[in-house]
Design a protein around this ligand. Structure first.
Ligand code: ATP
Length: 356
């Protein structure tokens, strides 16, 4: 298992700065995700780690070794892309063996390692087939076996599941995590699918304009976003503008258009002083709908439009001039009734963000 160190990496394409002095450490054996809006630099970073792009500034380390100038084929990394890129004219066995033949591994050992790699992705028995005789999920398993067979020290995955249907994606994401852990790989994974990232990553980084905005566990990034951009990008949220009334012990009370709201200060625990302008972020699922008023963080209103999805309803909750997004699990209330209700939220589920 190796640690991947990225130290002040800048990569430009003409006028565009795709990576802007980016630094990040990926711990040995970690399944690490890169998330961020389109064009933020995820793929460029992955390709720089794999050695397909040389950075204009900064360095990349695998363990203690500076690999910045090492070409891709000498980095001993496995890659898995969105397009399976299996050779259509070769059998599954030959596809998986390819990297080993290139490395001139003895024939017997190739046979053994291909067998092991196919078994590890549950594809034993398929060695003689051609890629077009396999389902999309099976092709992805073969692509994974091909990446693993060379015994890479790290694995880079770029949208590996985006060509699969929803059910297969779910199944394969679990598989990818199992295999990364079984092979003790340090893995870096690029995706647009936040659920994929939240469900299987050890940690993730949110990038924007070639810079890291936040690094943390899924819990930290989702529940304790450090900025408006991160809160907005990951999941859904309600923002309220406010002014701090008092703060202490990592909490603050904020005056907002919907009354006083108490919440948790993020920004590394730094508390905004009274009078500071802040932004309050509350996830739709943080709200509880009740017929009776709560003591704290309680907003009177009524349900507007509702989308009923069985296990959950996605309500618009109309509070004066504000419309809040409120998700109700095991829904009891429906829209259009005009009944006066109260939406309340625990201070623990309210994030106070400094305005920058
Ligand atoms: P997406 O989520 O859309 O795949 P991304 O986060 O992976 O995006 P990159 O592909 O890394 O983003 O691109 C970062 C920026 O660099 C973008 O502005 C992109 O247009 C630019 N870029 C990437 N590759 C090249 C290239 N080969 N030539 C010129 N510009 C490029």
């Amino acid at each position: 298992m190796i640690r991947i160190g990225i130290d002040g990496v800048t990569k430009r394409f003409g006028e565009v700065t795709a990576l802007d002095g980016l630094s990040l450490t990926i711990e040995p054996g970690e399944l690490f995700f890169l998330l961020g809006p389109s064009g933020c630099g995820k793929t460029t970073l992955l390709r720089t780690l794999a050695g397909f792009y040389a950075p204009d500034a900064g360095r990349v380390f695998f363990g203690d070794k500076d690999v910045t100038g090492v070409p891709a084929h000498k980095r001993n990394t496995g890659m898995m892309f969105q397009s399976y890129a299996l050779w259509p004219h070769l059998t599954v066995e030959k596809n998986v063996a390819f990297g080993l033949e290139e490395r001139r591994v003895p024939r017997d050992e190739i046979r053994r390692r291909v067998r092991e790699a196919l078994a590890s992705v549950h594809m034993d028995g398929y060695g003689g087939r051609k890629p077009n005789q396999l389902s999309g999920g099976q092709q992805q398993r073969v692509a994974l076996a091909r990446a693993l067979v060379i015994r890479p020290q790290c694995l880079f995955l770029d949208e590996p599941l985006s060509n699969l249907d929803a059910k297969l994606r779910l199944e394969m994401r679990g598989e990818i995590r199992r295999i990364c852990k079984e092979f003790e790989l340090t893995a870096v994974y690029v995706t647009h699918d936040q659920k994929e990232a939240l469900s299987i990553s050890d940690r993730l980084a949110v990038l924007d304009a070639g810079k890291v905005l936040q690094v943390g566990t899924p819990w930290e990034v989702y529940r304790r976003p450090v900025s408006e951009t991160v809160a907005h990008f990951i999941g859904e949220t309600n923002f309220l503008e406010g002014v701090v009334l008092r703060s202490g012990a990592g909490m603050a009370s904020v005056h907002t258009a919907l009354g006083e709201m108490q919440g948790v200060c993020v920004n590394g625990g730094e508390e905004p002083p009274s009078g500071a302008e802040v932004l309050v972020s509350i996830r739709p699922e943080g709200w509880r709908l009740e017929r009776f008023r709560d003591e704290t963080n309680c907003v009177p209103g009524r349900i507007g439009r509702t989308v009923y999805l069985g296990e959950v309803s996605r309500h618009e909750f109309v509070a004066g001039e504000h419309v809040l997004k409120v998700f109700e699990l095991n829904p009891r209330f429906s829209g259009g009734s005009g009944v006066e209700l109260y939406a309340s939220v625990d201070p623990e589920d309210v994030v106070i963000l400094m305005r920058r």
